[in-house]
Design a protein around this ligand. Structure first.
Ligand SMILES: CCCCCCCC(=O)SCCNC(=O)CCNC(=O)[C@H](O)C(C)(C)COP(=O)(O)OP(=O)(O)OC[C@H]1O[C@@H](n2cnc3c(N)ncnc32)[C@H](O)[C@@H]1OP(=O)(O)O
Length: 243
């Protein structure tokens, strides 16, 4: 048997985000969710600027609407509900990140960004498709900011006490191209009390397309549970109003 890859082992220990992107120990349900998300992601990408004959567009819409019926819910949902089967997914937090809109392999909106963690540097690897277009041929600035939020949000974990994004500053240096493998770097720079400072950049080859600084504020972990409970109460209130 070959020796374990030390880098791989460290990554597996380092962050639930990294663990969430491994293909190990997944339940059949979670594998199927990832497969559905991948097919859905490809469909969305292919449909942007589709060359389908205009005469066929209504037939395509009919097919999609029929498929959509199978997934329709009677109320808004949070993926926190998916944590009920988290034990099979390898842990609650991994199940959560599997649904992330940036890195989640079970979320069709996620490009997805692939996260690696070195000793001091987080590296996100991503290729944005046409669905993320802002300026012609380039990534929409909001998705550039979202990508930083995710990568810097991972880098802040080096502080040992991660929190929520309080402030994100982005400098757009040059247009960030679509359809090109990009590298997003994130670093933890310092901690002052509850404040965690990070910085990062996006690279298209040697070209820096954007730079960012992120401030995160450590929170009590129970705050996430309170957010989930608040969501449940809001939904229950909406349903009572509808009754
Ligand atoms: C499971 C893990 C998921 C992780 C996801 C992380 C990435 C995300 O996308 S999080 C989502 C986006 N972020 C949010 O929704 C956060 C919304 N904001 C909040 O909940 C609160 O404002 C929060 C938690 C950031 C800070 O509130 P609170 O805990 O009351 O801290 P507060 O006392 O106001 O501030 C603490 C310190 O941070 C500073 N600070 C807070 N916000 C800012 C800000 N926007 N700019 C500069 N400084 C700030 C304060 O000045 C204070 O500094 P000091 O200690 O020197 O006096």
């Amino acid at each position: 048997m070959s020796d374990p890859d030390p880098q791989q082992s460290m990554e597996a220990l380092a962050s639930p985000r990294v663990r969430a992107q491994l293909d190990e120990d997944l339940s059949p349900r979670r594998l199927a969710l990832r497969r559905i998300a991948a097919a859905n992601r490809l469909l969305i990408e292919d449909m942007v600027g589709t060359q389908v004959d205009p005469g066929d567009l209504d037939a395509v819409a009919d097919e999609l609407e029929a498929l959509g019926e199978r997934f329709r819910h009677d109320r808004p949902r949070s993926t926190y509900e998916g944590m009920a089967e988290a034990a099979m997914a390898g842990g609650a937090i991994e199940a959560f990140f599997d649904h992330s809109p940036l890195i989640g392999l079970a979320n069709p909106l996620a490009p997805p960004i692939r996260i690696e963690m070195g000793e001091e540097l987080v590296t996100g690897r991503v290729t944005f498709g046409a669905v993320y277009e802002g300026p012609p041929g380039c990534v929409h600035g909001g998705f550039v900011a979202a990508a930083f939020d995710e990568v810097l949000g991972t880098a802040q974990t080096y502080s040992g006490a991660p929190g929520m994004t309080a402030r994100l500053k982005v400098d757009y240096r040059s247009p960030t191209p679509l359809h090109v493998p990009l590298v997003i770097e994130g670093r933890f720079t310092r901690r002052e009390g509850r404040k965690i400072f990070t910085e990062g950049r996006i690279l298209d080859g040697d070209t820096v397309t954007a730079e960012a600084e992120g401030l995160f504020v450590t929170i009590d972990p129970t705050k996430f549970r309170e957010l989930a409970e608040g969501f449940d109460r809001r939904i229950a209130g909406d349903q009572a109003d509808d009754a």
